[in-house]
Design a protein around this ligand. Structure first.
Ligand code: BG6
Length: 479
């Protein structure tokens, strides 16, 4: 049903995500006049706050996490906020919550940013209080389970109260402008699509490197690890956007139908095609940082780095390896996709001594939003001693191309789409389950092989075995 919601309930309203992302995003949208004038936001969590205390909490979060030039009208935004304390595990409080929310004029969105163990009791409570009607949308933040089975349990519990067309699963990478730009690059240009296949692409690399370590998320992270925290969701979504067929239109069904086909075509990862690592003490940009075990305070087998070689087993990608790697405490924060094209079939310059390198497209997602296409060009000169060619970058720096455009938080886009009911940038159940199926098989392989993470020094690009994983195929990770 199409409506712009006039009520939003945030579960986990005093949590880290609300503080760093959700409240700042909502305030920024309000600043730009993008929230419905009658939108009321009800925060709920266990803490026993009143409206005033929650507004103070929100003000502090905004002052900390939202740039001053996006905070205009903050007082009006804070006035939209109310708060209802709730123990999500008992039914009692939900009627008070419903009374707090009131009768929406058009519709209600419920955003669950809580531990997944609270999803089921929360859904029951919402049903009990009648907060599950046809004008209610349910938005779920990751992690959606820890494997296929637990993710199915969550999905079943949610599906018992909400049909799929009212369920919005967040993968915040899809809210990033540069990730959406992948679709524009591929499907709004004639140049790439005819070459975007096994005949012309030799391999693809996807890197998501972070400099941060545990960041205080000790319990969560140690139970998750890099594979489940980053690959299961963000990296597989990036891979799906790179590898999918052109959808018939830019709408939720068409786009997600194509992504899920890719996810289901992922080849199970063979033994020896993954490398895991765990960081030890080292230095990041000149600053000493402790090892994972020191931060955690105990020895652990959780991987903070993973590199994987996989294939998409379909016609388009026959024989093209996809190399994925992600890690904490890497030398720099960088998310990028590298598309390595094949060499030209015949070089007319060979007889003149010139070497031709294959073209490469590097799509920088963050922090630099750059698209660089390496092209061969002639080195200027009279060529008396032969022709010289050199690879030169054709560089599009997005911030320059669109100077003046606001740099938005990924959640701004996602919250707005949620309030307006557009599911295109949200993950459908079949996608999540295909992602888990592939991830579970990798983890089962690790268990069967007794694989434990190798160590790597903080500030390095992971264990040397990760370099070897690519180099065995004559591939070098792009750095
Ligand atoms: C989250 C992970 O989903 O994504 C974190 O749980 C990670 O561990 C974060 O740091 C990375 O997001 P971004 O937007 O900073 O790349």
């Amino acid at each position: 049903m199409s409506f712009t919601a006039d009520r939003l309930v945030l579960f986990g309203a005093t949590g880290d995500l609300a503080q760093r992302m959700l409240l700042p995003s909502l305030c920024a949208l309000d600043h730009d006049g993008l929230l419905a004038p009658d939108l009321k936001i009800v925060g709920t969590a266990r803490s026993d706050l009143d409206d005033g205390a929650f507004r103070n909490f929100a003000r502090e979060a905004l002052e900390k996490y939202l740039p001053a030039n996006r905070r205009g009208g903050m007082a009006d935004f804070l006035n939209r906020l109310t708060y209802q304390p709730l123990d999500a595990t008992t039914l009692e409080g939900y009627e008070d919550l419903a009374a707090r929310v009131g009768e929406p004029a058009r519709g209600l969105c419920i955003f669950l940013s809580t531990a997944p163990s609270l999803f089921e009791p929360t859904i029951r409570g919402l049903q009990h209080a009648g907060l599950d009607g046809p004008n209610v949308r349910m938005c779920l933040e990751k992690p959606l389970g820890t494997d296929l089975e637990t993710s199915r349990e969550i999905n079943d519990a949610v599906a018992a109260a909400f049909p799929e067309e009212r369920i919005f699963r967040i993968d915040h990478y899809l809210g990033k402008e540069t990730v959406q730009n992948l679709l524009a690059l591929r499907f709004a240009n004639i140049l790439f699509e005819p070459l975007w296949n096994a005949a012309h692409i030799e391999h693809v690399q996807i890197t998501v490197a972070e400099t941060v370590g545990l960041e205080g998320r000790v319990a969560f992270y140690d139970d998750a690890g890099a594979l489940r925290d980053m690959v299961q969701n963000h990296m597989l979504q990036l891979l799906a956007l790179v590898a999918m067929e052109p959808p018939g239109s830019f709408d939720a069904t068409a786009v997600r139908d194509e992504k899920v086909k890719v996810l289901r075509s992922l080849r199970p990862v063979a033994e020896g095609e993954t490398v895991t690592g765990q960081y030890r003490a080292g230095a990041i940009q000149g600053e000493a940082v402790p090892g994972y075990d020191e931060e955690l305070g105990k020895v652990s087998d959780t991987e903070t780095f993973v590199a994987i070689k996989t294939h998409v087993d379909n016609w388009r990608w026959k024989g093209v390896p996809f190399y994925l790697r992600t890690g904490k405490r890497m030398p720099e924060r960088v998310t990028e996709i590298v598309v390595q094209f094949r060499c030209i079939p015949h070089s007319i310059f060979e007889g003149k001594g010139a070497k031709v390198q294959a073209n490469k497209l590097v799509i920088g997602i963050q922090p630099e939003e750059n698209i660089t296409l390496s092209l061969m060009a002639k080195v200027p000169g009279l060529d008396r001693e032969g022709i010289r060619l050199r690879s030169v970058p054709l560089n599009i720096a997005m911030p320059h191309a669109f100077s003046g455009a606001v740099r938005r938080i990924a959640y701004e886009r996602l919250l707005l789409d949620l309030l307006e009911g557009d599911q295109t940038l949200f993950v459908r159940r079949d996608e999540v389950e295909a992602q888990w199926e592939w991830i579970d098989a990798i983890r089962a392989g690790w268990t069967a092989q007794g694989l434990t993470p190798r160590t790597y020094t903080s500030g390095s690009w992971g264990p040397s075995a990760a370099i070897a994983l690519a180099e065995r195929d004559g591939v070098t990770w792009h750095e």
